[in-house]
Design a protein around this ligand. Structure first.
Ligand code: NAD
Length: 255
């Protein structure tokens, strides 16, 4: 890599990505491996497809099977990550769920499921890694996955909107406390991307048409579309970027 681009390299770094078996998380894992990082994927199910993509670029991949709906799993994740690598440099809080329902019908159970994974887990997993980074004076990078619903209200997804709005706030709050330790906390706000998360929206012809007509780029995003921002925010090139949520949205927010 030419000297002036080496700041974008992730060679020698270790990244832990949650929700690594599908969609955006899988894309970020593959991109990090291609950029030189060792990748640890956390998922409820096997990450074989992700492992195969990483093998294809001669990268290193380890998986940790964990259900991230319960914060009690965090010590297990930190311990498992420490078995293969002496340090984790990059944490990507990507795992997330969405539940579509009229606000008057939302149950407490569904509310808790969304908020526990999308918000509470993000905070406490970040806290666990930041504690170690501060103790070891080593710095680190945290990249949260926000959403267009960090900026907007959305329709029939109130728990998701609450959790993703919280992610943008948390990204700023944690940056304010941890920037002085060399920890960069930033977020990516993907627009409308073709993954499992948007399967229902894309199969609803009318909603799909409404959404597409407002995306200046004229198409749904792909997991690959988020990888440039994910590499940048994880790299030395972003060392002075703190508390910012970077939209990768085909221009959606510009409308
Ligand atoms: P996806 O459904 O393919 O990915 C979600 C990931 O989270 C999966 O890997 C899933 O296994 C994991 N996950 C869910 N519950 C889990 C649990 N209890 N424990 C462990 N892992 C769990 O969809 P995606 O679009 O790739 O979503 C990734 C992130 O991007 C999510 O936070 C989502 O909210 C966000 N996002 C997606 C879009 C989009 O348009 N697709 C837009 C904005 C934000």
């Amino acid at each position: 890599m030419p000297q002036n681009l080496s700041m974008f390299s992730l060679a020698g770094k270790t990244a832990l990505v949650t929700g690594a078996n599908t969609g955006l998380g899988q894309g970020i894992c593959a991109a990090y491996a291609a950029a030189g990082a060792n990748v640890i994927g956390v998922a409820r199910r096997s990450c074989q497809e992700t492992a195969d993509k990483i093998k294809a670029v001669d990268g290193n991949f380890t998986e940790i099977i964990a259900d991230l709906s319960d914060i009690n799993v965090i010590p297990h994740i930190v311990e498992e990550a420490g078995k293969d690598y002496s340090r984790v440099d990059i944490l990507v809080n990507n795992a997330g769920i969405i539940k579509r329902c009229d606000s008057v019908d939302v149950t407490m159970e569904d509310w808790d499921a969304v908020v526990n994974l999308n918000e509470k887990m993000v905070f406490f997993l970040s806290q666990a890694f930041a504690k170690n980074w501060i103790r070891d004076n080593q710095g680190g990078k945290i990249i949260n996955i926000a959403s267009m619903l960090s900026y907007q209200g959305g329709i029939r997804v109130p728990s998701y909107t609450a959790s993703k709005s919280a992610i943008m706030g948390l990204t700023r709050a944690l940056a304010n406390e941890w920037a002085k330790y060399g920890i960069n906390v930033n977020a990516i706000a993907p627009g409308y991307m073709a993954t499992n998360n948007t399967q229902n929206l894309r199969s609803d012809e009318q909603r799909s048409e409404e959404i597409l007509s407002r995306i200046p780029a004229g198409r749904w995003g792909t997991p690959e579309d988020t990888t440039g921002a994910a590499i940048f925010l994880a790299s030395d090139a972003a060392s002075y970027v703190h508390g910012f949520t970077l939209a990768v949205d085909g221009g959606w927010l510009a409308r």
